[in-house]
Design a protein around this ligand. Structure first.
Ligand SMILES: Cc1cc2nc3c(=O)[nH]c(=O)nc-3n(C[C@H](O)[C@H](O)[C@H](O)COP(=O)(O)OP(=O)(O)OC[C@H]3O[C@@H](n4cnc5c(N)ncnc54)[C@H](O)[C@@H]3O)c2cc1C
Length: 463
């Protein structure tokens, strides 16, 4: 229980309107975009909305002294329950810390507070001809603090990598309120342990990120979008693999299977011809239009050899937007297809992608469940979505078995439990299968060193 005296101390720091304890408002901070059912015990006792690193540091010092759990929160678009306050306590929402601190064009770097939205970073950089590539489909609302917390990926990861590839430094408030600065603007830096990369992807369990220093690259001069329709999912997978093997690396290479396409067709009132089994959407970029033209022709050639049914090359910005809007809206469209849906996020070596897709389809057949398969095929990141109706007798058990087997399938082909959504609450049970007992103990030792009382986002990553 957080006492009234402690609440008063925190209100003195952040202001009376920025420490909320009304049950109805706290309820709004008890869930995220995962499939974790809402529960009373996940309602925080206090929602705290700090506006500076000093405020975060003082709040953490009080939380640590009183052993109050603190769950950091960005926009709660996370898919694994990361920002759900599993042990109640304080929900620390960083959204008011949304300033772009510095855009350093000479060093091609940007410094932002944790609550800045991903799209705002992209746009501020684009105005100066600079490019911040990580683009999770949630980028219109996700925050950079959440992106770093989860080491978010996105469509362009196939060519440009994920968030961690751009994080140069962090300002972090530790569990006891100490503020540390990691990394910096020097491009090469081997000074002590790489704390920047340790905190990146730590899901709010090691410290509160208050500021992020990001590396930028020059904005590609030109880009375009292609859409390829296939009569076979296997041929769609092989096209992407062949393309990469021949040295053609698109900025993005997304795959949608027939079930995903049907969801989109229903949602957006589109017609998809019955013979289509899979769709690949590609973004290609380069220095000149001629360069793009050449890439598009080479890709179309590979696809033709694999019996592509339709090749569409966007002819206008509107067409580009139309194709990507389909992909970005896919998750919601699939969610609308069944009363319940379990969306997973496995990642496999690129050459194992077709095999992993086959295994997932076989699991669907074995348990008589519809599993939509889509994902960032260019980097081996698959999002299988199990569609179900948990009110049907026996359905929950079959879904659980299917999900267990999906994770086992990912590990069996040399892959892992998560490509970008993290472990959070939903995948804790599988962690030991992926890392082994010694691996999990090593994570726990790091946690113990940085957060001895276990107040930072308790209950996440392991059980
Ligand atoms: C429709 C949809 C599409 C998505 N597409 C993608 C995609 O393409 N790629 C992808 O990678 N993800 C995707 N996601 C998942 C999600 O958007 C990302 O994980 C995103 O990075 C979360 O950002 P957030 O601000 O919402 O963080 P939250 O969900 O609020 O938090 C995520 C985690 O980070 C921690 N955290 C948040 N802020 C901080 C901080 N300041 N300091 C320390 N820890 C912090 C939280 O405790 C939590 O563990 C998608 C989600 C949705 C709903």
């Amino acid at each position: 229980m957080i006492t009234e005296a402690v609440k008063a101390q925190i209100r003195n720091i952040v202001g009376p309107n920025n420490a909320i304890d009304s049950t109805i408002e706290c309820f709004g901070y008890s869930y995220d975009s995962s499939f974790v059912p809402m529960a009373k015990e996940n309602i925080p006792e206090l929602v705290v909305l700090p506006s500076s690193v000093q405020e975060v540091a003082q709040v953490m010092a009080i939380a640590n002294a009183n052993r109050i759990p603190v769950t950091p929160r960005g926009s709660a678009s996370g898919r694994t329950g990361g920002s759900i306050p599993a042990a109640a306590g304080i929900s620390l929402a960083l959204n008011r810390m949304n300033r772009i601190v510095e855009l350093d064009e000479r060093n091609m770097m940007i410094t932002v507070e944790a609550g800045v939205r991903t799209i705002d970073i992209y746009q501020a950089c684009a105005q100066k001809g600079l490019f911040f590539p990580p683009d999770p489909a949630s980028w219109k609302y996700s925050t950079i603090g959440g992106n770093v917390g989860e080491n978010a990926g996105g469509m362009r990861a196939v060519k440009y990598g994920v968030t961690s590839n751009y994080v140069m430094g962090l300002e972090v408030v530790l569990a006891d309120g100490t503020v540390i600065n990691t990394g910096g603007k020097a491009m090469k830096n081997v000074t002590g342990y790489n704390l920047t990369q340790l905190i990146t992807g730590s899901e709010g369990t090691l410290g509160i990120i208050t500021k992020v220093l990001l590396r930028l690259i020059p904005m590609p001069k030109t880009r375009n979008t292609m859409q390829l329709m296939f009569g076979s999912l296997a041929n769609a997978c092989h096209t992407i693999h062949q393309m990469l093997m021949s040295g053609l690396v698109p900025a993005a290479a997304e795959l949608m299977d027939k079930i995903s396409l049907q969801a989109v067709a229903r949602h957006r009132k589109l017609d998809i011809s019955p013979g289509i089994e899979a769709c690949v959407v590609l973004e290609i970029d380069g220095e000149t239009k001629a360069d793009l033209q050449q890439q598009a022709e080479r890709i179309a050639d590979i696809a033709r050899r694999l019996e592509v049914i339709e090749v569409r090359i966007a002819a206008s910005d509107e067409e580009v937007e139309e194709i990507w809007a389909i992909r970005r809206g896919l998750s919601s469209a699939i969610g609308a297809m069944a009363p319940n849906r379990f969306g997973e996020d496995i990642s496999v070596p690129r050459d194992a992608f077709p095999r992993a897709v086959d295994l997932i389809r076989a699991i669907g057949e074995k348990y008589q469940l519809t599993i939509a398969v889509y994902g960032h095929a260019g980097d081996g990141n698959i999002h299988p979505s199990v569609l179900c109706d948990l009110s049907k007798p026996g359905e929950e058990k079959r879904v659980q078995q299917a999900v267990d087997e999906i994770f086992a399938a990912a590990l069996s082909v040399g892959g892992t439990l998560s490509g970008e959504h993290g472990i959070g609450l939903t995948k804790r049970a599988y962690l030991v299968n992926a890392l082994g007992e010694a691996g999990v103990q090593t994570l726990k030792a790091i946690k113990q060193a940085l957060d001895a009382q276990g107040i930072l986002n308790p209950g996440k990553i392991w059980q």
